[in-house]
Design a protein around this ligand. Structure first.
Ligand code: SDX
Length: 375
């Protein structure tokens, strides 16, 4: 058998350029179009970050006002989309609901075949504006609650919380939610973004690429980890049980969700900012017990495996405290990452090459079909 090096999982393999973000494990840093993500999270809104990822520059006042008003007019859900969501069982996983709704929007959009940058930017902004309605509606219908119409007098994050819970959120919660949207927005060639680029490289349309990316993000090794963190916390129940729970889990060879990363090997650059937001939520909702559990598991994991948290670890409990159902967590990731995915779709299109790697055959040697009597 020919011996050739295999790069399983494409680990450590650079496959293209990108100007959208820079993930640097050596310095444990992440730049969005050159800006450190911590500075962006502290000084920008998610609307400004979406603009930055798509256009390459932060908007000035006039550009931001125009962009915000454009996004706000697109927030509503057509009744056909609601009908498609309602046709799905309330037991459908919210990631399947989001994937189906996006696929339907694409199937119904007359502009789908138009792959000009301008038309694709329109689609990207439309999905950015409508995903909060989709995600919020699915959580509410599972609870037997009616759809809440978007409000165009609220920011993206305030409106997202309004549509989910039907009441005006506290400013501190809005700010923590907005930070999470900024941190989840973009992370170079992660599995779901690379999926979107592979689909785009065949000249398939933007909606097909986003639908595929949602499928990839659902997996617990990727976006689904934030849900799985909360399931683990529910198993552990309280800080005193974290170490023994972890010993059992590691003995059973379980992956501890919310820990480790393919690129960051000394901690995820986004964690300190998201942890601070989680700590503010633990104080706001008077849940020091959840923070104690968080710290206990992180310390136990560090002692036993030397593996640090990734963004999903603080994001999960923060979303739990805000009132989101656990299965809604990864759809929140979709609502944020649709900005990064679509920025990469536009970039892939601008300098496209069909993505088609090689494989090394390790099956049986060539042989002949046996002649069979009577044939
Ligand atoms: C995201 O790529 C991105 O940028 C993704 C993301 C983004 O913004 O798009 O950052 C978002 O997906 C974050 C990751 C969320 N996933 C999880 O939290 C799932 C749990 N994490 C692991 O499955 C794992 O850490 C991965 C998949 C994230 C990365 O794993 P790698 O780089 O493929 O490394 P590996 O699985 O081969 O692990 C190396 C060793 C193994 O030990 P051995 O089998 O060699 O003895 O470390 C161990 C692993 O078992 N290990 C873990 C572990 N992570 C690594 N052991 C237990 N629990 C873990 N979480």
């Amino acid at each position: 058998m020919e011996q050739q090096e295999i790069y399983k999982g494409l680990a450590g393999v650079p496959v293209d350029y990108t100007a959208i973000s820079k993930v640097n494990p050596e310095t444990n840093s992440l730049l969005y179009r050159g800006y450190p993500v911590q500075e962006v999270a502290a000084n920008c809104t998610f609307e400004e970050v979406a603009y930055l990822l798509w256009f390459g520059e932060l908007p000035d006042e006039g550009e931001l006002a125009e962009f915000e008003s454009r996004e706000r007019t697109l927030r509503g859900l057509d009744h056909e989309v609601k009908r498609v969501i309602d046709a799905l069982p309330a037991t459908s996983h919210p990631m399947d609901v989001v994937r189906t709704a996006v696929s339907f929007i694409g199937a119904a959009d007359p502009a789908t075949p138009d792959d000009s940058a301008e038309a694709n930017l329109d689609k990207a902004i439309r999905l950015f504006a409508k995903l909060p309605s989709i995600v919020a509606y699915d959580q509410r219908r599972r609870r037997g609650e009616a759809f809440v119409e978007p409000r165009d007098d609220l920011s993206y994050s305030a409106n997202f919380l309004w549509q989910t819970f039907g009441e005006l959120p506290d400013l501190e919660v809005v700010e923590a939610f907005d930070v999470s949207m900024i941190l989840y927005a973009e992370h170079s060639f992660n599995a779901s973004t690379f999926t979107a680029r592979v689909i785009t490289s065949t000249l398939a349309d933007l909606y097909s690429a986003v639908t595929g990316a949602i499928g990839a993000l659902k997996g617990p090794l990727h976006g689904g980890a934030n849900e799985a963190v909360m399931h683990a916390f529910a198993e552990i129940e309280r800080a005193e049980r974290a170490a023994s729970w972890l010993d059992e889990a590691l003995t059973a060879k379980r992956k501890i969700m919310g820990f480790g990363h393919r690129v960051y090997k000394n901690g995820d650059s986004r964690v300190p900012t998201m942890r601070a937001a989680f700590e503010r939520m633990a104080a706001h909702y008077e849940r020091p017990d959840l923070l104690e559990l968080y710290v206990a598991l992180e310390e136990a994991m560090g002692e036993r495996k030397g593996i640090k948290p990734n963004l999903d670890y603080p994001a999960g409990p923060a979303y739990h405290l805000m009132g989101f159902d656990t299965e809604t967590f990864t759809p929140l990731f979709v609502a944020s990452r649709v900005t990064g995915w679509t920025a990469h779709i536009l970039e892939q299109q601008a300098a496209n090459a069909l993505i088609r790697p090689l494989s090394v055959y390790n099956g049986v040697d060539q042989r002949q079909v046996p002649v069979r009597a009577g044939r």
